[in-house]
Design a protein around this ligand. Structure first.
Ligand SMILES: [Zn+2]
Length: 213
């Protein structure tokens, strides 16, 4: 009888351990229900990110931006293929002092915004762990570096075929009369301009026509 009990306990312990391992090894993307569709569309442009765990998380506010892509701390200790990321999304979006919900912006604009963040993840995936840690420091310290990083994220998304979405996001911000000028200036200063994006698309098209891409 005692032996049976012990065996049962052992089995229970075994099942519990297995469950914990499975939970810890969970490599699925976590996406809030209300932006699932937009994330799915944006992710479809980045097949390279298949299998890389990305958690999309709403935050009350993010300093200076609406979304932010970051590697997770635990991921930085692992090899590049086992890294995981978190994309923070500010719940609210400030327009002329008035607050709006980020999920209420037009669907394509939101997809473009997410696409830009996935562009950052693509950029991070090409960097080693030490380089990535340095990235964070340089991003905070050097304006020139912010420009490089933001333009690179935009370029990744445009090269993956997301130019229409990225343009819609950009135009939404730049043409929206009520959006804070500080944010508009930031977009103009650090990101690719609509003209540059169109130029990039033209270049891509001509390369494709010549079968070089
Ligand atoms: Zn960015």
């Amino acid at each position: 009888m005692i032996l049976r009990k012990r065996l049962l306990l052992l089995l229970l312990f075994f099942i519990c351990s297995l469950t914990i391992i499975v939970i810890l090894k969970k490599t699925k993307n976590t996406v809030p229900e209300n932006i699932r569709e937009e994330v799915k569309i944006a992710l479809s442009y980045f097949p390279e990110l298949n299998g890389i765990p990305i958690e999309f998380k709403f935050k009350n506010s993010i300093k200076k931006s609406v979304m932010l892509a970051q590697p997770t701390w635990s991921g930085l200790l692992k090899s590049r293929s086992k890294r995981s990321y978190v994309i923070l999304i500010s719940k609210k979006f400030k327009i002329s002092g008035e607050e709006f919900k980020t999920v209420n912006v037009p669907k394509d604009v939101l997809i473009g915004w997410i696409g830009h963040e996935l562009g950052h993840v693509m950029d991070y995936q090409q960097r080693g762990n030490l380089n990535l840690m340095g990235f964070g420091i340089r991003y905070v310290m050097l304006k020139e570096f912010v420009k490089k990083a933001e333009r690179s994220a935009d370029s990744f998304a445009v090269c993956r075929g997301m130019s229409d979405y990225i343009l819609k996001t950009k135009r939404f911000i730049l043409n929206h009369a009520n959006i804070d000028n500080t944010y508009k200036d930031r977009i103009k200063q650090y990101y690719l301009s609509p003209d540059e994006i169109m130029e990039m698309v033209k270049e891509q098209d001509s390369l494709r026509e010549n079968d070089l891409l």
